[in-house]
Design a protein around this ligand. Structure first.
Ligand SMILES: Cc1cc2nc3c(=O)[nH]c(=O)nc-3n(C[C@H](O)[C@H](O)[C@H](O)COP(=O)(O)OP(=O)(O)OC[C@H]3O[C@@H](n4cnc5c(N)ncnc54)[C@H](O)[C@@H]3O)c2cc1C
Length: 492
């Protein structure tokens, strides 16, 4: 598959993510106007093919296409995949310099840095249908977590996968024995319901559900708040109980994993299956016009105009969709959106304090760290052979604090966990501040939102379903299905 970059006079600017780094050498892809070839083996995603730069990327030569999909995150890629499998021609426009949206990995001095801590749960139902897990070479986390509380680490473990650890954990202070039995009954409760049932059930904030189920304040504060708060980027646990139940079910059925080549291997796999030349990078859409025209028209920031014969699927983040669709009955954004900061450090591999592929949670209720892990214990390929990669996540954006201040605070805090001698040797690598990590998914939610804005215009994205990889994939398929149905193109 070939991806083409259009040379744009204006630099692409994303208001949603910023990064800073101690290192000057990064192999994340450049936005130079080169013809580039997609290389699914490499987590740098794109490597310039200098032998074939585009000399005259004349937009008029761009064919009028069947469908225009705007945004090459998981939702847009899923929509494109579905159109492709129905033999519908399409053009996938991406504003930035690579595909993947929020699911990207940078390579910095041989370290694979996912743009924020992300885990792929193998039980995601839509992902199972779309992805080839084997070639993702998924590396598993320990099924449980280690919680820092009262100056010590305590393990919580999945009894079905780590029976002994789980039995030993019954007496720890993370929760009472009743709490641990309640986790078992919650598992049965979610496993006996269908996903459709879970995602359309009566809803309350997760915090309320946990109270209602009888969990104690101890386990809510020491385990659920950092664990699910880290998944929802919402330590208050105001996120809908529908999402809690869905994720709980997926966790019970599947493994937490990382692709060996970085989280970006997931969108890269989808992109690699699309036809040659079907993705245009550095191509920011600024308006979509349907009114009074036979074929919907998409204008790019560069001034170029593209027309589609069948329709347009808008697969961008919710705030951008609201702008692009201004004046139409589009998405109404709920606030606040969910944000996170991810800080990476490196260390010598033989000097890290643990070798387990386990997620560490802050159950102390103090400090700024929510969770952290030694990424190379899960996926050794995330760093050069003798190095370890350490990933630390905070919830929120910490706008008032500089990267240096945050990194210093993290080092100080984790020195209390692992010892000053150990943490003092860590080398700061990079900070990612993700302003728009997830949409707000507090009740009331509608996880089955209609993707149809009007005939010929459709939306998809995680804000229409669940703010997960799976939700984004589902929404992309639904938008494509809706367009095909409207155009009477649904296969018999
Ligand atoms: C740090 C972090 C951690 C996460 N952890 C997990 C996790 O562990 N498990 C999980 O299931 N989910 C996780 N998520 C959520 C998951 O990544 C998202 O729900 C999902 O990737 C959203 O995909 P999307 O396609 O809807 O949106 P996006 O990925 O945001 O894609 C939108 C695309 O549209 C492009 N675009 C925007 N404007 C324009 C324009 N005008 N013209 C052209 N293109 C445009 C953008 O550049 C982007 O590529 C995490 C998210 C973040 C940020």
């Amino acid at each position: 598959m070939t991806i083409i970059t259009l040379p744009l006079s204006l630099p692409c600017y994303s208001p949603f993510i910023s990064l800073s780094s101690s290192s000057s050498s990064s192999s994340s892809s450049s936005s130079s106007p080169k013809r580039i070839r997609f290389n699914p083996q490499s987590s740098s995603q794109l490597s310039p093919n200098t032998s074939s730069p585009i000399q005259t990327p004349s937009p008029p030569s761009l064919p009028k296409t069947g469908v225009i999909v705007i945004g090459a995150g998981l939702a847009g890629l899923a929509a494109a995949t579905h159109l492709n499998s129905n033999d519908i021609p399409f053009l996938l426009l991406e504003a930035s310099d690579a595909i993947g949206g929020r699911v990207r990995t940078d390579i910095v001095d041989g370290f694979r840095l996912d743009r924020g801590f992300q885990i792929f749960i193998t039980a995601y139902p839509e992902a199972q249908k779309l992805l080839d897990y084997q070639s993702l070479n998924l590396q598993k986390f320990y099924s449980g977590a280690r919680i820092f509380y009262d100056g010590q680490f305590h393990t919580v473990a999945d009894p079905l996968r780590h029976f002994l650890d789980s039995a030993k954990s019954l007496a720890n202070p993370i929760g009472s024995v009743v709490d641990k039995l309640l986790i078992g009954s919650t598992r049965i409760r979610v496993l006996t319901r269908s996903d459709e049932d879970i995602l359309s059930a009566e809803e309350v904030p997760t915090f309320e559900l946990l109270n209602k189920l009888g969990f104690s304040d101890s386990i809510i504060g020491r385990f659920f708040r950092p664990f699910f708060g880290g998944i929802f980027f919402d330590r208050e646990l105001q996120t809908t109980s529908r999402l809690f139940d869905f994720i709980f079910k997926c966790l019970a059925l599947g493994d937490n994993t990382l692709p060996a080549n970085g989280i970006s291997a997931i969108p890269e796999q989808l992109a690699a299956r699309l036809p040659s030349g079907s993705i245009l990078l550095n191509s920011r859409a600024v308006s979509v016009d349907l009114d009074g025209v036979v074929s919907p028209i998409v204008r790019l920031q560069s001034g170029e105009v593209l027309t589609s014969e069948l329709g347009v699927i808008v697969a961008v983040e919710e705030p951008v969709a609201a702008q692009l669709l201004a004046g139409r009955k589009g998405p109404v954004q709920k606030k606040p959106v969910r944000s996170t900061v991810c800080i990476y450090f490196s260390a010598n591999r033989d000097e890290i304090p643990v070798n387990d592929p386990v997620l560490f949670l802050n159950g102390s209720g103090k400090g700024i760290v929510n969770n952290m892990f030694f990424a190379t214990n899960v996926a050794p390929s995330y760093a050069p052979p003798d190095k370890a990669l350490i990933s630390v996540s905070l919830i929120g954006l910490f706008e008032g604090e500089s990267d240096d201040e945050l990194a210093n605070k993290v080092v100080q805090e984790l020195s209390g966990w692992f010892g000053e001698k150990v943490v003092g040797k860590w080398k700061y690598l990079r900070t990612y501040r993700v302003g728009y990590a997830q949409p707000n998914q507090c009740p009331p939610t509608d996880i089955n939102k209609n993707p149809r804005i009007e005939s010929g215009l459709y939306v998809c994205g995680d804000y229409l379903t669940s703010a997960t990889f799976d939700g984004a994939l589902v929404s992309g398929r639904r938008a494509a299905e809706c367009l095909l149905k409207d155009r009477a193109l649904t296969p018999p």
